[in-house]
Design a protein around this ligand. Structure first.
Ligand code: DGJ
Length: 377
Protein backbone atom coordinates (compact mmCIF):
# COMPACT_ATOMS: atom_id res chain seq x y z
CA UNK A 1 0.00 0.00 0.00
CA UNK A 2 1.27 3.44 -0.97
CA UNK A 3 1.09 6.18 1.68
CA UNK A 4 1.34 9.75 0.38
CA UNK A 5 3.87 12.21 1.85
CA UNK A 6 1.03 14.49 2.99
CA UNK A 7 -0.61 11.64 4.90
CA UNK A 8 2.67 10.83 6.65
CA UNK A 9 3.06 14.49 7.61
CA UNK A 10 -0.50 14.57 8.96
CA UNK A 11 0.08 11.42 11.04
CA UNK A 12 3.36 12.81 12.43
CA UNK A 13 1.70 16.15 13.25
CA UNK A 14 -1.23 14.45 14.99
CA UNK A 15 1.25 12.30 16.90
CA UNK A 16 3.19 15.39 17.98
CA UNK A 17 0.00 17.06 19.10
CA UNK A 18 -0.97 14.04 21.14
CA UNK A 19 2.49 13.72 22.67
CA UNK A 20 2.51 17.46 23.36
CA UNK A 21 -0.77 17.16 25.19
CA UNK A 22 0.24 14.21 27.28
CA UNK A 23 3.62 15.80 28.09
CA UNK A 24 1.85 18.95 29.21
CA UNK A 25 -0.57 17.01 31.38
CA UNK A 26 2.26 14.86 32.76
CA UNK A 27 3.45 17.63 35.05
CA UNK A 28 0.64 17.10 37.52
CA UNK A 29 -1.07 13.87 36.59
CA UNK A 30 -0.36 10.31 37.73
CA UNK A 31 -0.72 11.39 41.36
CA UNK A 32 2.59 13.27 41.33
CA UNK A 33 3.43 16.84 42.25
CA UNK A 34 6.33 18.28 40.26
CA UNK A 35 7.34 21.59 41.85
CA UNK A 36 8.30 24.27 39.38
CA UNK A 37 6.91 22.57 36.27
CA UNK A 38 3.96 23.88 34.30
CA UNK A 39 0.81 22.54 35.92
CA UNK A 40 -2.22 21.95 33.71
CA UNK A 41 -5.87 21.49 34.62
CA UNK A 42 -7.88 18.54 33.31
CA UNK A 43 -8.66 20.46 30.12
CA UNK A 44 -4.96 21.02 29.43
CA UNK A 45 -5.00 24.73 30.31
CA UNK A 46 -2.21 26.11 32.49
CA UNK A 47 -3.43 26.59 36.06
CA UNK A 48 -3.71 30.28 36.92
CA UNK A 49 -4.06 30.49 40.73
CA UNK A 50 -1.15 32.33 42.31
CA UNK A 51 -0.44 33.37 45.88
CA UNK A 52 -3.48 31.42 47.07
CA UNK A 53 -4.46 28.56 49.32
CA UNK A 54 -6.02 25.10 49.30
CA UNK A 55 -8.87 23.99 51.56
CA UNK A 56 -10.74 20.70 51.88
CA UNK A 57 -14.52 21.05 51.69
CA UNK A 58 -17.39 18.70 50.86
CA UNK A 59 -14.98 15.85 50.08
CA UNK A 60 -12.85 17.83 47.61
CA UNK A 61 -9.85 20.13 47.60
CA UNK A 62 -10.41 23.70 46.47
CA UNK A 63 -7.49 25.79 45.28
CA UNK A 64 -8.00 29.56 45.22
CA UNK A 65 -5.50 31.97 43.73
CA UNK A 66 -4.79 35.25 42.04
CA UNK A 67 -5.78 35.32 38.39
CA UNK A 68 -2.79 36.82 36.59
CA UNK A 69 -2.62 38.09 33.03
CA UNK A 70 0.06 37.11 30.50
CA UNK A 71 1.48 40.65 30.63
CA UNK A 72 1.76 42.96 33.63
CA UNK A 73 -0.27 45.82 32.17
CA UNK A 74 -3.37 43.66 31.62
CA UNK A 75 -5.90 43.56 34.48
CA UNK A 76 -6.54 40.64 36.79
CA UNK A 77 -9.96 39.02 36.42
CA UNK A 78 -10.29 38.22 40.13
CA UNK A 79 -9.75 35.11 42.24
CA UNK A 80 -9.81 31.76 40.42
CA UNK A 81 -10.86 28.45 41.97
CA UNK A 82 -10.03 24.88 40.97
CA UNK A 83 -11.27 21.63 42.54
CA UNK A 84 -9.57 18.26 42.87
CA UNK A 85 -10.21 14.87 44.46
CA UNK A 86 -6.50 14.20 45.01
CA UNK A 87 -4.43 17.44 44.90
CA UNK A 88 -3.00 16.53 41.48
CA UNK A 89 -5.89 16.57 38.98
CA UNK A 90 -7.52 19.98 38.94
CA UNK A 91 -10.77 21.15 37.35
CA UNK A 92 -11.27 24.84 36.75
CA UNK A 93 -14.43 25.99 38.57
CA UNK A 94 -14.31 29.58 37.32
CA UNK A 95 -13.86 32.87 39.13
CA UNK A 96 -14.66 32.55 42.84
CA UNK A 97 -14.57 36.35 43.00
CA UNK A 98 -14.88 38.47 39.88
CA UNK A 99 -13.42 41.97 39.54
CA UNK A 100 -16.27 44.29 38.60
CA UNK A 101 -16.75 46.76 35.74
CA UNK A 102 -18.44 49.19 38.16
CA UNK A 103 -16.50 52.47 38.21
CA UNK A 104 -15.11 53.41 41.60
CA UNK A 105 -15.91 50.04 43.16
CA UNK A 106 -13.20 48.73 45.51
CA UNK A 107 -12.63 45.73 43.25
CA UNK A 108 -13.04 47.57 39.95
CA UNK A 109 -11.21 45.71 37.16
CA UNK A 110 -7.68 47.09 37.22
CA UNK A 111 -7.31 46.78 40.99
CA UNK A 112 -4.61 44.48 42.43
CA UNK A 113 -5.80 41.37 44.22
CA UNK A 114 -3.12 39.35 46.03
CA UNK A 115 -2.83 36.35 48.33
CA UNK A 116 -6.50 35.32 48.62
CA UNK A 117 -7.18 32.96 51.53
CA UNK A 118 -10.42 31.14 52.30
CA UNK A 119 -11.62 29.71 55.62
CA UNK A 120 -14.85 27.98 56.55
CA UNK A 121 -16.94 29.30 59.41
CA UNK A 122 -18.67 26.37 61.10
CA UNK A 123 -21.03 28.70 63.05
CA UNK A 124 -22.41 30.56 60.04
CA UNK A 125 -21.86 27.82 57.46
CA UNK A 126 -20.17 30.39 55.18
CA UNK A 127 -16.87 30.37 53.31
CA UNK A 128 -14.99 33.58 54.00
CA UNK A 129 -12.29 34.97 51.72
CA UNK A 130 -9.79 37.65 52.70
CA UNK A 131 -7.21 39.10 50.34
CA UNK A 132 -4.76 41.96 49.92
CA UNK A 133 -6.34 44.71 47.83
CA UNK A 134 -4.85 47.71 46.10
CA UNK A 135 -7.38 50.07 44.52
CA UNK A 136 -7.29 50.66 40.77
CA UNK A 137 -4.63 53.10 39.63
CA UNK A 138 -3.13 53.62 43.10
CA UNK A 139 -0.11 51.32 42.96
CA UNK A 140 0.58 49.67 46.31
CA UNK A 141 -0.37 52.77 48.31
CA UNK A 142 -3.78 51.86 49.77
CA UNK A 143 -2.44 48.68 51.52
CA UNK A 144 -5.93 47.36 52.27
CA UNK A 145 -7.40 44.00 53.05
CA UNK A 146 -10.77 42.93 51.71
CA UNK A 147 -13.35 40.33 52.63
CA UNK A 148 -15.89 38.37 50.57
CA UNK A 149 -18.31 35.59 51.51
CA UNK A 150 -20.01 32.59 49.90
CA UNK A 151 -22.39 29.76 50.81
CA UNK A 152 -20.42 27.27 48.73
CA UNK A 153 -16.68 26.66 48.37
CA UNK A 154 -16.58 27.35 44.63
CA UNK A 155 -18.47 30.61 45.08
CA UNK A 156 -19.28 33.00 43.58
CA UNK A 157 -18.16 35.02 46.61
CA UNK A 158 -19.92 38.29 47.35
CA UNK A 159 -17.67 41.24 48.10
CA UNK A 160 -18.32 42.61 51.60
CA UNK A 161 -15.88 45.49 52.18
CA UNK A 162 -12.26 46.59 52.09
CA UNK A 163 -10.16 48.86 54.25
CA UNK A 164 -7.28 49.09 56.61
CA UNK A 165 -7.26 47.26 59.93
CA UNK A 166 -8.40 48.21 63.43
CA UNK A 167 -8.57 52.01 62.97
CA UNK A 168 -8.10 53.91 66.22
CA UNK A 169 -7.12 50.82 68.21
CA UNK A 170 -3.70 50.25 69.77
CA UNK A 171 -2.08 46.80 69.56
CA UNK A 172 -2.18 44.64 72.70
CA UNK A 173 1.61 44.71 72.96
CA UNK A 174 2.13 48.46 72.52
CA UNK A 175 0.65 51.13 74.72
CA UNK A 176 0.20 54.79 73.80
CA UNK A 177 2.57 55.55 76.63
CA UNK A 178 5.32 53.30 75.20
CA UNK A 179 4.88 54.88 71.76
CA UNK A 180 4.56 58.44 73.02
CA UNK A 181 7.02 60.93 71.63
CA UNK A 182 7.90 58.77 68.61
CA UNK A 183 10.09 60.68 66.19
CA UNK A 184 8.84 62.31 62.99
CA UNK A 185 8.03 59.52 60.55
CA UNK A 186 9.85 61.43 57.81
CA UNK A 187 13.26 60.78 59.37
CA UNK A 188 15.96 59.10 57.24
CA UNK A 189 15.25 55.38 56.73
CA UNK A 190 17.51 52.49 57.80
CA UNK A 191 19.53 54.46 60.33
CA UNK A 192 19.83 52.89 63.82
CA UNK A 193 17.71 55.77 65.20
CA UNK A 194 15.00 55.12 62.61
CA UNK A 195 15.01 51.38 63.41
CA UNK A 196 14.60 52.14 67.09
CA UNK A 197 11.62 54.39 66.34
CA UNK A 198 10.03 51.75 64.08
CA UNK A 199 10.31 49.27 66.96
CA UNK A 200 8.78 51.83 69.27
CA UNK A 201 5.74 52.07 66.99
CA UNK A 202 6.40 55.16 64.85
CA UNK A 203 4.37 53.75 61.93
CA UNK A 204 1.73 52.17 64.18
CA UNK A 205 1.05 55.67 65.48
CA UNK A 206 1.21 57.20 61.98
CA UNK A 207 -1.55 54.82 60.82
CA UNK A 208 -3.54 54.70 64.04
CA UNK A 209 -6.46 56.88 62.96
CA UNK A 210 -6.83 55.57 59.41
CA UNK A 211 -6.16 51.94 60.32
CA UNK A 212 -3.11 49.73 60.00
CA UNK A 213 -1.70 48.82 56.57
CA UNK A 214 -2.30 45.26 55.39
CA UNK A 215 -0.42 43.81 52.41
CA UNK A 216 0.87 40.19 52.19
CA UNK A 217 -1.43 38.09 54.33
CA UNK A 218 -2.71 34.74 55.42
CA UNK A 219 -5.54 33.43 57.58
CA UNK A 220 -5.45 30.83 60.32
CA UNK A 221 -8.24 29.06 62.20
CA UNK A 222 -7.20 27.71 65.58
CA UNK A 223 -8.49 24.58 67.35
CA UNK A 224 -10.97 26.72 69.31
CA UNK A 225 -12.39 28.01 65.96
CA UNK A 226 -11.00 31.52 66.50
CA UNK A 227 -9.86 33.04 63.23
CA UNK A 228 -6.75 35.19 62.74
CA UNK A 229 -5.54 37.53 60.03
CA UNK A 230 -1.75 37.71 59.77
CA UNK A 231 -0.43 40.49 57.55
CA UNK A 232 2.58 42.63 56.65
CA UNK A 233 1.89 46.05 58.06
CA UNK A 234 3.73 49.33 58.71
CA UNK A 235 5.21 49.56 55.19
CA UNK A 236 5.99 45.81 55.29
CA UNK A 237 8.30 46.38 58.23
CA UNK A 238 6.25 44.68 60.92
CA UNK A 239 3.90 41.71 60.98
CA UNK A 240 0.55 42.03 62.72
CA UNK A 241 -1.65 39.22 63.97
CA UNK A 242 -5.27 40.32 64.35
CA UNK A 243 -8.16 38.33 65.78
CA UNK A 244 -11.24 37.99 63.57
CA UNK A 245 -14.82 38.28 64.79
CA UNK A 246 -16.83 35.07 65.34
CA UNK A 247 -18.24 35.24 61.80
CA UNK A 248 -14.71 35.90 60.40
CA UNK A 249 -16.07 38.93 58.53
CA UNK A 250 -14.29 41.59 60.59
CA UNK A 251 -11.62 42.28 63.20
CA UNK A 252 -12.31 42.26 66.93
CA UNK A 253 -9.77 44.99 67.70
CA UNK A 254 -7.40 42.60 69.44
CA UNK A 255 -4.06 42.49 67.64
CA UNK A 256 -0.31 42.32 68.21
CA UNK A 257 2.78 43.51 66.36
CA UNK A 258 5.52 40.92 65.92
CA UNK A 259 9.12 41.32 64.77
CA UNK A 260 8.88 45.13 64.52
CA UNK A 261 11.25 46.28 61.77
CA UNK A 262 11.87 42.62 60.78
CA UNK A 263 10.72 43.26 57.20
CA UNK A 264 8.69 40.07 56.77
CA UNK A 265 6.38 39.32 53.86
CA UNK A 266 4.51 36.24 52.64
CA UNK A 267 3.41 34.77 56.01
CA UNK A 268 2.24 31.13 56.05
CA UNK A 269 1.13 29.55 59.32
CA UNK A 270 0.62 26.07 60.73
CA UNK A 271 0.12 24.50 64.15
CA UNK A 272 1.61 21.20 65.27
CA UNK A 273 2.38 19.71 68.64
CA UNK A 274 0.64 22.62 70.38
CA UNK A 275 3.07 25.10 68.79
CA UNK A 276 2.54 27.67 66.06
CA UNK A 277 5.01 27.74 63.17
CA UNK A 278 5.25 30.46 60.59
CA UNK A 279 7.31 30.70 57.40
CA UNK A 280 7.87 34.16 55.93
CA UNK A 281 10.12 35.79 53.35
CA UNK A 282 12.18 38.94 53.40
CA UNK A 283 11.12 41.89 51.25
CA UNK A 284 12.75 41.86 47.82
CA UNK A 285 9.72 42.42 45.55
CA UNK A 286 9.26 39.47 43.18
CA UNK A 287 12.87 38.32 43.66
CA UNK A 288 13.47 35.31 45.90
CA UNK A 289 15.29 35.60 49.21
CA UNK A 290 15.98 33.35 52.20
CA UNK A 291 12.90 32.07 54.03
CA UNK A 292 12.49 32.61 57.77
CA UNK A 293 10.94 30.29 60.35
CA UNK A 294 9.25 31.56 63.49
CA UNK A 295 7.59 29.76 66.37
CA UNK A 296 5.39 30.55 69.37
CA UNK A 297 3.50 28.75 72.13
CA UNK A 298 0.56 31.10 71.77
CA UNK A 299 -0.58 32.67 68.52
CA UNK A 300 -0.38 36.19 69.94
CA UNK A 301 3.22 35.53 70.95
CA UNK A 302 5.94 35.77 72.11
CA UNK A 303 7.31 34.66 68.74
CA UNK A 304 10.93 33.74 68.23
CA UNK A 305 12.91 33.35 65.04
CA UNK A 306 14.69 30.12 64.03
CA UNK A 307 17.04 29.33 61.13
CA UNK A 308 15.93 29.00 57.48
CA UNK A 309 13.57 25.98 57.21
CA UNK A 310 14.50 25.18 53.58
CA UNK A 311 16.99 22.45 52.67
CA UNK A 312 18.54 21.28 49.42
CA UNK A 313 19.09 22.97 46.07
CA UNK A 314 18.58 26.76 46.23
CA UNK A 315 17.54 26.54 49.89
CA UNK A 316 19.15 29.95 50.51
CA UNK A 317 16.67 31.44 48.02
CA UNK A 318 13.57 29.47 49.07
CA UNK A 319 13.99 27.20 46.02
CA UNK A 320 13.68 30.44 43.94
CA UNK A 321 10.18 30.93 45.33
CA UNK A 322 8.35 32.74 48.12
CA UNK A 323 6.21 31.28 50.89
CA UNK A 324 2.50 31.48 50.51
CA UNK A 325 0.50 28.93 52.48
CA UNK A 326 0.81 25.80 54.58
CA UNK A 327 -1.96 23.29 54.18
CA UNK A 328 -2.77 20.63 56.77
CA UNK A 329 -4.02 17.48 55.10
CA UNK A 330 -7.47 16.69 56.52
CA UNK A 331 -7.40 14.18 59.39
CA UNK A 332 -3.64 13.62 59.08
CA UNK A 333 -0.44 14.80 60.71
CA UNK A 334 0.92 15.93 57.33
CA UNK A 335 1.39 19.41 55.90
CA UNK A 336 2.19 20.82 52.47
CA UNK A 337 4.19 24.04 52.22
CA UNK A 338 3.21 26.09 49.19
CA UNK A 339 5.51 28.61 47.54
CA UNK A 340 5.23 30.73 44.39
CA UNK A 341 8.08 30.99 41.93
CA UNK A 342 7.24 34.39 40.49
CA UNK A 343 7.81 35.45 36.92
CA UNK A 344 7.40 39.23 37.17
CA UNK A 345 7.43 39.68 33.37
CA UNK A 346 4.47 37.38 33.02
CA UNK A 347 2.92 36.69 36.42
CA UNK A 348 0.55 34.23 34.75
CA UNK A 349 3.57 32.03 34.06
CA UNK A 350 4.72 32.01 37.68
CA UNK A 351 5.12 28.41 38.87
CA UNK A 352 3.94 26.54 41.94
CA UNK A 353 6.34 24.93 44.39
CA UNK A 354 4.45 22.58 46.69
CA UNK A 355 6.60 20.50 49.02
CA UNK A 356 5.87 18.23 51.99
CA UNK A 357 6.84 19.53 55.43
CA UNK A 358 9.19 17.27 57.43
CA UNK A 359 10.01 17.50 61.14
CA UNK A 360 13.33 17.00 62.91
CA UNK A 361 13.79 15.08 66.16
CA UNK A 362 12.70 18.17 68.16
CA UNK A 363 9.59 18.56 66.02
CA UNK A 364 10.94 21.62 64.17
CA UNK A 365 9.53 21.78 60.64
CA UNK A 366 11.73 21.90 57.54
CA UNK A 367 11.14 21.67 53.82
CA UNK A 368 13.43 19.79 51.43
CA UNK A 369 13.54 20.25 47.69
CA UNK A 370 12.03 17.42 45.64
CA UNK A 371 11.71 17.24 41.86
CA UNK A 372 8.70 15.00 42.21
CA UNK A 373 6.64 13.54 45.06
CA UNK A 374 3.24 12.08 45.76
CA UNK A 375 0.75 13.69 48.17
CA UNK A 376 -0.82 10.24 48.76
CA UNK A 377 -0.19 8.59 52.14
C1 DGJ B 1 6.13 40.61 47.21
C2 DGJ B 1 4.83 40.10 47.69
O1 DGJ B 1 5.03 38.98 48.47
C3 DGJ B 1 3.93 39.77 46.51
O2 DGJ B 1 2.72 39.24 46.96
C4 DGJ B 1 3.74 41.03 45.75
O3 DGJ B 1 3.07 41.97 46.53
C5 DGJ B 1 5.09 41.60 45.33
N1 DGJ B 1 5.93 41.81 46.47
C6 DGJ B 1 4.94 42.89 44.58
O4 DGJ B 1 6.21 43.43 44.32
Amino acid sequence: MKIGFRKILAVVAAGMLLTGQSMAAESNECGKIRPGEIWKDVKGDTINAHGGCVIFADGKYYWYGEHRAAVRSLPQEGVTVYSSPDLTTWTYEGLALRATEEKGHDIERGCIIERPKVIYNAKTGKYVMWFHLELKGQGYGPARCAVAVSDTPAGPFTFVRSGRVNAGIMPDNLSKQEASGCADEKMEWWTPEWRAEIERGMFTMRDLNGGQMSRDMTLFVDDDAKGYHIYSSEDNLTLHIAELTDDYLGHTGKYVRIFPGGHNEAPALMKRGGRYWMITSGCTGWEPNEARLMTADRIMGEWKQLPNPCRGENADKTFLGQSNYIMKLPGEDRFIAMFDKWDPKSLMNSRYLWLPVDFDAEGVPYVSWKNEWSPRK
